[in-house]
Write a protein that binds this ligand. Structure first.
Ligand code: ADP
Ligand code: MG
Length: 690
């Protein structure tokens, strides 16, 4: 018997779980493993399922797969020595029969002629229904519906139930209702307290709680709403500030187009018009451009940048890797130098003197376009007149990194001014998910690839057949084409990854002595990586052995063959990004996915889907269903990946509703907004600050 802890003041939900009865050091540590630190945390620790131990079910009902309480009379029972089974018995009730198995030394011995209350899972056996190892219940012991919680080793369900019950008790006196009652009435939602009681302590008469009933829905929507609020508020705040108006059609951009060998696609032109409208508005643009790999996002970015530059403002372009930043610098210099527009690179790899000169050019306004990695938002970087921030491959950055860069546009004298923001991503996430993960942004989609792209043929090949591929590489390179060989990702070890890449390169150099073979991996300096990439781009190399560092943005149209090792261990989004490195020119391209046997059914299905489709959206949807939103959005990307009760896949239908409710609460300036953010997001996150 545990003695209740006594306290002068009543417990609060914010108090530590250690103040609950029955929690000592050991249990507290177990709870901590489940991230249950405060009493309030227990309220959001929802059951994964329920057991109905209060209602006797007739054997004639449809019971397969369920754990149920039955009342059966034994017609026959015999001890067994076969296998591990100790006893098999036949039981019946008024509506059906069941076979009962007992294993091991424990459990009741069922006697012929007696009637028992038994609880267990009903399965399909060789001769009808069966129940293995039923629990014997006495009628005094019958409980109602029991919640089953996610737990951790050593922490029993009964213990968890007792603790949650105490938390519900504390909630009686200390739980704020944060949804306005008019809203709850309109939606038909119970109060938070009633909803939590229903979920944690359902009564028999109301039946098993379901995820789509009002109690669950209000909880799910409240959490989604809080996340939407955080982002929508940030947007709202931005929209109150001013941004320079770039209202003229840029003549620089027209000049650029006249110098290019191609014309923009319809989708590129449309998205640029959407951007142009934002730039002319006077409030900062907040726009996400989604476009599959190779859809030509860079040209759209160039068009936006030239608008700002023509109006006398500076543009910052942030790329996720030094490799990509330098590639952008080369491309943009090629495009912009003939226009008389200066392009400046700012990277961690520069010498102190180069960096000083770069910083000075930014501060005095000489540098019109600056390209860099996240080093761009370091403190010392000062702009003369920043008008537009472009973030490339957004999925590699966190929300707060993007926001930090936009803060650069504000100076003490112009505290109410912000630069425009253009965010580009190749992660083709489904539209509703995009609208919520990036609820602070407007979304444009480049849904068309430049013409003349030959499709990529994708093949699956067992890793032990790799010898056959050597010939293939040789043939492709003999035709004047180039190839990539992508080595496996080694989690948390750049060193092992680099070694693997080095030994692969060595093996390929021996097998293909007539080819010029290069190597890039994460252990090389950015300068070394770049030199190697530049040689590949200039066709001084035939084959590039690389780790997944080449995943993002690398553009070599002459490359037409890609081999990916251990493709079975990669996600679809990543494979799609990698494959997007080929098929950029007009020749037929090939992508070979190497896998190791044995391969799981799931992995095989993933690879087969890669073979069937090149549609990034289809692949992203499959990835979302299989691996969940955290993987797709990137873990640092958004708080949405760490939801307490909602699930972006299961609860997707509620996302738009939550977003609309968020705007509604902002419009009426609901006083509950700060508390909603605190409850669901916490004070720590940058985008949660209001
Ligand atoms: P991503 O959207 O993956 O960033 P890029 O901007 O790197 O794509 O463009 C991929 C390739 O397509 C580049 O070589 C680029 O010059 C070319 N490209 C872009 N737009 C067009 C177009 N309208 N017609 C033909 N080629 C284009
Ligand atoms: Mg790109």
């Amino acid at each position: 018997m545990v003695t209740p802890k006594t306290r002068a003041t009543p417990l609060k939900l914010s108090d530590s779980v250690e103040l609950l009865t029955g929690v000592g050091v050991r249990v507290a540590a177990q709870l901590a493993r489940l991230s249950l630190l405060s009493i309030g945390d227990l309220l959001w620790h929802l059951p994964v399922r329920y057991e109905n131990r209060g209602q006797i079910m007739p054997l004639g009902a449809y019971l397969l797969g369920q754990s149920v309480l039955v009342q059966v009379t034994i017609s026959e029972s015999k001890p067994l020595m076969r296998g591990k089974a100790r006893q098999v018995a036949q039981g019946f009730d008024a509506s059906g029969d069941i076979t009962l198995w007992q294993f091991g030394r424990f459990g009741p011995t069922l006697q012929t002629g007696q009637t028992y209350l038994l609880f267990g899972e009903v399965r399909e056996g060789a001769h009808g229904l069966e129940m293995a190892q039923p629990e014997l219940m006495s009628s005094a012991q019958l409980e109602a519906i029991l919640p089953i919680y996610p737990s951790t080793e050593g922490l029993g369900q009964n213990k968890l139930r007792l603790l949650v019950a105490q938390a519900l008790n504390v909630a009686l006196g200390d739980l704020d209702e944060l949804l306005p009652s008019a809203l709850r009435q309109r939606e038909g939602w119970p109060s938070l307290l009633v909803a939590l009681q229903r979920i944690h302590a359902p009564t028999l008469s109301a039946g098993l709680p379901q995820r789509d009933e009002a109690a669950y829905v209000r909880l799910i929507v409240e959490e989604l709403l809080a996340h939407m609020l955080a982002l929508r508020l940030k947007r709202h705040e931005f929209m109150q500030t001013q941004a320079p108006r770039f209202y003229q059609q840029s003549t620089l951009y027209q000049t650029l187009l006249s110098q290019l060998a191609f014309a923009p696609t319809g989708a590129q032109a449309r998205v640029l018009r959407e951007i142009q409208a934002d730039l002319a508005r006077g409030a900062p643009m907040l726009r996400l451009v989604q476009g599959d790999v190779g859809s030509g996002k860079t040209l759209v970015a160039a068009g936006a940048a030239l608008s700002a530059i023509e109006h006398g403002y500076q543009v910052a372009l942030m790329a996720p890797t030094a490799l990509l930043a330098e590639q952008h610098q080369r491309n943009f210099t090629q495009w912009f130098a003939p226009l008389g527009v200066s392009v400046q690179l700012l990277s961690g790899q520069q010498t102190a003197a180069e960096r000083r000169a770069g910083l000075a050019a930014l501060a005095d306004g000489q540098a019109q376009l600056v390209i860099g990695t996240h080093a761009l938002f370091q403190e010392q970087v000062v702009f003369a007149q920043l008008g537009l921030v472009i973030v490339d491959e957004q999925h590699r950055f966190g929300v707060h990194q993007r926001l930090a860069l936009s803060d650069k546009g504000a100076s003490p004298e112009r505290a109410t001014h912000r630069p425009h923001q253009l965010v580009m991503t190749a992660t083709p996430i489904p539209r509703t998910l995009a609208m919520s993960a990036y609820a602070d942004l407007d979304v444009s989609i480049i849904d068309e690839l430049p013409p003349g792209r030959a499709p990529i043929t994708t093949a699956l090949v067992r890793a032990d057949r790799r010898e056959q591929l050597i010939e293939r590489i040789s043939a492709v390179c003999a035709q004047g084409r180039q190839a990539y060989w992508v080595c496996p990702l080694v989690e948390d070890s750049e060193r092992i990854e680099a070694q693997a890449a080095e030994s692969t390169a060595e093996y390929l150099r021996e097998s293909l002595p007539h080819l010029r073979i290069g190597l890039v991996h994460g252990r090389l300096s950015a300068a070394e990586k770049n030199a190697e990439m530049a040689r590949f781009k200039a066709h001084e190399l035939d084959l590039l052995v690389a780790t997944t560092v080449i995943e993002v943005g690398v553009d070599v149209p002459n490359a037409s063959l890609m081999l990916i090792e251990n493709a079975d261990r990669m996600g679809l989004a990543q494979l799609h990004q990698l494959r997007g490195r080929v098929g950029r020119g007009s020749v037929a391209s090939f992508c070979v996915l190497l896998f190791d046997e044995p391969i799981s059914d799931k992995a095989r299905a993933r690879l087969q889907l890669m073979r069937e489709t090149q549609d990034g959206f289809k692949l992203a949807e499959a990835d979302l269903a299989q691996r969940g939103p955290g993987e797709i959005l990137g873990t640092r990307q958004t708080g949405l990946a760490k939801l307490k009760v909602a699930d972006l896949v299961l609860d997707e239908p509620w996302l738009e509703h939550a977003r609309a409710l968020a705007d509604e609460l902002i419009a009426v300036q609901s006083p509950n907004i700060p508390a909603l953010l605190r409850r669901w997001i916490g004070a720590a996150q940058h985008y949660g600050q209001v």
